[in-house]
Design a protein around this ligand. Sequence first.
Ligand code: ADP
Ligand code: ADP
Ligand code: MG
Length: 450
Amino acid sequence: MSKLLNSVLIANRGEIALRIIRACRELGIKSILAYSEGDKDSLPVKLADQAVCIGPANAAKSYNNPELIMSAAMAFGADAIHPGYGFLSEKADFVDMVEEEEIGFVGPKADHIRLMGDKIAAKKVARKAGVPTVPGSDGLVSDADEAFKIAKEAGFPLLIKAAAGGGGRGMRVVESEETLAKDLDEIMSEAETAFNDPSVYIERYLTDIRHIEIQVLADGENAVALGERDCTSQRRNQKLIEEAPSPAIDAELRAGLEQAAINLCKEVGYKNAGTVEFVFDNTEDKYYFIEMNTRIQVEHPVTEMVTGVDLIKEQLRIASGLPLSITQEDVQIKGHSIECRINAEDPNENFAPRPGKITQFRTPGGFGVRMDTHIESGYTIPPFYDSMVGKLIVWAEDRDEAIARMLRSIDELVTEGVVTTAPFQAMLLDSDKFRSGDFNTGYVAKLLEG
Ligand code: ADP
Ligand code: ADP
Ligand code: MG
């Protein structure tokens, strides 16, 4: 019978570093935080059991540097590394290094990241597991002739996507044959610059869709699905508001989506937490696999709020070699949860990042309100990383109450000194469209156009 890890090195920053520190503390696991000079005054540094400065603010020389993370983990004798999201979390070569040193990794095996982190490879696995995928190319598309052939079959509009893309970056809609060759060329060189990998593939661009994703936990033997998150409220393919359950999914659809996600995990023998993402076609009530995120996701709290399962603790248990603490029957969805990703960005200036000093910070409170943030009054949001202020999460008995609770929580939030996306999110939540529950990924852009 194995027991919990003794210590975990956290290779991340901000709210997710703090989230992991808190879970470790409650489980009696020692947290060791690897931080950059840009974060030396941050709350995670103050709250971790130990903290080690690994390099300058520039992420390439700190959070994104595998050698530095490895030497910190070894110097401190960490049993395992938790990568959080972003940074090295989905870099299979880094996980190879971790495995070679026989340090634990709070995430899947390197080979599974390699398989599922590459979007082309993942789609092939999905097809093999009998999970529907968006019509388009069978795999890599490298020249215009091939692109024209696919266009003939799938029809316009098309979406060219980078195999290594993420965070809403690395994709382009092609409206017609005229620009296809040029678009292909441009997106390939953009992918090369942004992700060091020019591989792209093509999908039919579906215009009336919702983004629905299934949270899974797997220990290598068993896989459990924890319902869906609806992340349809997006701007430029980036999530703004997430909720669980989805207002568009009934029990039958949920069961189908969950089974598809579990089949995919079983196909590869997946271990740890993962998210299987689908686009859900409103016009024909069909879903298609788009990608799998082989890590904890930003919006994981909404699932925690409606299931009562602490996903980070489950990740730590699985990485300790313990079996899942829950079965599929234990998962019961209760009430409704909404999350707003609040960024220091100016909605009136095309969402340009506005990092800076928060002179006064006050988080909302009360029944059903949770704020995951590393910010305190007087903290300066550094310009080197993403500009997230925090995640405001609410739980309520039903969707209407959750909307009301989120609106009053945004009212209470004070972020003196920086402009944030919160008022914009309040406007979305209060719109007839959002309240109706009947919308698609295009509604935010429509509201912005006026
Ligand atoms: P989630 O998938 O958890 O909802 P995002 O897609 O926004 O959230 O990604 C979470 C974080 O990881 C963000 O900070 C994002 O910038 C980063 N990220 C995700 N994929 C990549 C990638 N391929 N390259 C670089 N950064 C990425
Ligand atoms: P990322 O790795 O950046 O998260 P995804 O493949 O998950 O990329 O796609 C991000 C978003 O782009 C989706 O949530 C969806 O809104 C949109 N999208 C992706 N594929 C399609 C598609 N074939 N048709 C229409 N929209 C799509
Ligand atoms: Mg995605």
